[in-house]
Design a protein around this ligand. Sequence first.
Ligand SMILES: [Mg+2]
Length: 158
Amino acid sequence: MSPLKPDISVRKVTDLDLQKLWRSGKRGLLLDADNSLIPYATMELPDSYRTWLDDALARGFSIVVFTNNFRKRAMLIQELVGLPVVYGWVKPWPWGMARAVKKLGMPKERILLVGDQLFTDILGAKVAGVSSALVDPLAAKEHAWTRLMRRLERLAGR
Ligand SMILES: [Mg+2]
C-alpha cells in the first residue's frame, strides 16, 4: 500500500465517528494541530471541535496533540486545547513518531493519527505503524513550507 494513503478520509476532524473508532479498538488519538484542529496562524479552537474533543474524552479516548511547531506556539496550543502536546521537528521522523506513541502509552493498533498533510501526518503514521485519517485543511492560508508540501502532494496524486 502507498505510504501516502490514509486509512480514513473525512472532511474535518469532527466528521470522525467516535463510536465506530471505539468499536474498531481505537483508544488513542494523535491529533495534528495546525489546520486540523486550529486554523493556521490563528489561536482559535472552533466550538464544534471543543465539543468533539470533550465527547472523545468522555468516551475514554486518550488524546495527544502532535505538532511540528516549536515550543512557543506548542505551549499556547497546549493551553488552548487543554491536552498534552508533543512538539518540535517530530513528524514524520521515527524519533518523533516514537515519542508520540510513547506519550499515549498503548499498543500501536489502538492509535489513530489525524492530520491534514500527506508528507508529515500520513507518512508519519505509516512510519509509526499506526492508523491514519486525513482531513481537509481548515484554512487556505499556510506556511510557505506547507505550500511546497502541497505541491508535492498534488504530484503524488492527492
Ligand atoms: Mg496540519
